[in-house]
Design a protein around this ligand. Structure first.
Ligand SMILES: Cc1cc2nc3c(=O)[nH]c(=O)nc-3n(C[C@H](O)[C@H](O)[C@H](O)COP(=O)(O)OP(=O)(O)OC[C@H]3O[C@@H](n4cnc5c(N)ncnc54)[C@H](O)[C@@H]3O)c2cc1C
Length: 561
């Protein structure tokens, strides 16, 4: 027999009674959370009041407390950790086109819909309605961006559908209802529905005129009539929506259609999901490739005027891209400052290390500028009955969407680096913010396409440019750097014949001037620092290269706690 040592004999008490304790965890921050995302955001609170939504403060405060709680922030992480999955068929082989989501995703959708992020300006048409909704969406998107896609498309579908009063009467009550019903069942069984948008095809996304999907009249032709659609869509986000606004070639040209997932007779409409996209970010949001195999759709707006009809929707989603990118920047700033105020290196808190203070201040400047312009445009949306505001919406939405979305990725990268190695880890929110950052710039018209749209706006309607210069000119005399910038820009915009070849330069300058003017109008304490750092050295801007600026004051204003 082998002489196995007796287990008792083999036991040896540790020589060092503390030997099992390898180290104490110190110099690591406490978890970010249980922070009121409204109360802790000075720039947001000021913007809400200034732009006409002071009446919404109590509701926003309550929402901010909920959104910033640790449990709620966790929903955002979970919705991305467990991505949606597609079942094209059930186990018996029947076509279902069902997308399954994690419960956290449904919780976020429910919260967004029940608090009216998908509809409040349409159901409560009052001064400040767009501003209040933008503020709520801004906080919700800080928690999770992906589910914002169907929320924004549902919100934006309303002005588009209003072009077709019979369809609007049937659909709008359910679109605007504060009821989240994710079931894959016909619309008549639901009190609340969501709407998607499908324009992009394989051969063309920006150039939707290249769409080849055909619309064949099912009977009578024209607005409000039923058509059968045959073709494909290469990007259809949120394919579990109850209906989609899409473009297809009718006999009279490219037209807009409303295509539900179920036919009125209760059978499945053959709008079939081929697969879900494998995306680098925006993971919680399902995006699909679909085929239309004779799907029934109803024409929205005049035949051949599809782009003009759906552009009403696109205008609103572009505004939401501004909110979304501003929200990403705000969360990055809040996380980063929170980390640096708790983490020491070389004998001092990071927040007090001068180079870091400057970087943090600069990130905060970028974030507040984006929010301030976004909320200024929210006000313009609330006052479209005034000519100046309406013209501003036309031009400044394209300018703001172009610029704010384009600034987000670099901002996320710099913020991530402030956190150091743990900012690069998947259990930090920073990778999600980083991977999410480029998407707003791509959809709803990518950067160059926004520049082309700006060119189109100023050529077709020179009043839009006059309104723009009236807006930035309203601050004349307040900041010499801005005055100089605007004068030079005005000179360079006189001859627009070669706009396209100078477009990036001109649009960048249009954008920073608009942000600067918005900050000055808002009497923001960062306005001067913005003008120095963004107007004096345009194109050479690198985070932290601030001089003559009270960086500590800026950081303290932006800190979430
Ligand atoms: C995550 C995700 C979800 C999406 N969801 C949807 C959706 O739900 N519904 C939908 O319809 N689409 C959706 N899209 C598609 C998106 O809207 C398109 O990708 C976008 O419009 C660009 O089209 P494209 O990919 O065909 O690129 P292209 O049109 O080929 O453009 C490629 C590049 O060329 C530039 N460009 C185009 N024309 C010009 C020009 N004349 N001069 C200079 N530059 C030019 C563009 O700015 C872009 O940078 C989604 C995309 C992504 C990434």
């Amino acid at each position: 027999m082998s002489a196995l040592p007796d287990r008792k004999d083999n036991f040896r008490a540790p020589l060092d009674p503390y030997g099992a304790v390898t180290h104490e965890v110190f110099n690591q921050p406490v978890e970010f959370g249980d922070i009121n995302l409204f109360d802790s955001d000075a720039a947001l609170k000021e913007a809400v009041k200034r732009e006409g939504a002071g009446w919404a403060t109590d509701g926003l405060q309550a929402f901010g407390a909920r959104a910033g709680s640790i449990d709620y922030l966790e929903l955002g992480a979970l919705a991305n950790k467990y991505p949606p999955e597609l079942d094209t068929h059930d186990r018996y082989g029947r076509r279902v086109d069902l997308v399954r989501f994690h419960s956290s995703y449904h919780a976020l959708m429910k919260a967004s819909i029940e608090t009216g992020i998908h509809s409040s300006p349409w159901t409560e048409r009052r001064d400040g309605a767009h501003v209040a909704r933008a503020a709520r969406s801004y906080m919700q998107t800080q928690v999770e961006a992906g589910h914002g896609c169907p929320i924004t498309m549902t919100f934006a579908s309303v002005p588009c559908l209003e072009a077709q009063p019979d369809l609007a009467a049937a659909w709008l009550p359910k679109i605007t209802a504060r009821v989240y019903d994710p079931r894959n069942v016909p619309v008549d069984q639901k009190q609340g529905v969501t709407i998607g948008m499908a324009m992009t095809e394989k051969q063309g996304g920006s150039d939707v005129r290249a769409n080849t999907t055909r619309a064949i009249p099912a009977g009578a032709e024209g607005p409000g009539q039923a058509y059968e659609l045959v073709g494909h869509k290469y990007f259809v986000s949120a394919p579990m929506c109850d209906a989609f606004l899409l473009l297809a070639q009718a006999p009279g040209g490219l037209s807009c259609f409303l295509v539900p997932r179920w036919r009125p007779d209760g059978t499945k409409n053959p709008l079939q999901i081929v697969r879900l996209k494998r995306k680098m970010g925006n993971v919680s949001n399902a995006s699909s490739e679909t085929e239309l195999r004779g799907a029934l759709g109803w024409m929205v707006g005049p035949e051949g005027r599809g782009v003009a009809t759906i552009i009403e929707m696109v205008a609103m989603t572009r505004f939401d891209c501004m909110i979304g990118s501003s929200a990403g920047m705000r969360m990055a700033v809040a996380q980063t400052i929170d980390h640096c105020r708790q983490r020491k290196a070389f004998g001092a808190l990071l927040i007090d290390q001068p180079i870091m203070t400057a970087v943090l201040a600069d990130l905060a400047i970028e974030s507040e500028a984006a929010l301030t312009l976004t909320m200024r445009l929210g006000r313009a949306l609330d006052h479209r009955d005034e000519a100046h505001e309406d013209l501003l919406v036309r031009l400044a939405t394209a300018v703001g969407k172009y610029w704010i979305c384009k600034r987000a990725p670099g901002h996320a990268y710099e913020a991530l680096e402030c956190i150091g190695g743990s900012g690069f880890m998947e259990d930090s929110p920073m990778p999600r913010l980083y991977r999410e950052a480029p998407v707003n710039a791509i959809w709803e018209g990518s950067g160059n396409v926004q520049c082309l749209d700006i060119a189109r706006a100023v050529r077709r309607s020179p009043q839009t440019l006059e309104a723009y210069f009236a807006e930035v000119g309203s601050t004349k005399g307040e900041n010499a750097v801005l005055d100089q910038h605007v004068a030079a820009l005005q000179d360079d915009m006189r001859d627009l014949s070669d706009f396209e070849s100078r477009a990036r330069d001109l649009c960048d300058r249009l954008a920073v001037a608009l942000e600067a003017a918005a900050l000055i109008r808002a009497a923001s304490p960062i306005a001067d620092a913005f003008c120095r750092s963004r107007l004096e050295s345009l194109g050479a801007h690198n985070y932290g290269a601030l001089t003559g600026v009270d960086c500590k004051a800026i950081v303290s204003r932006a800190a979430a706690r």
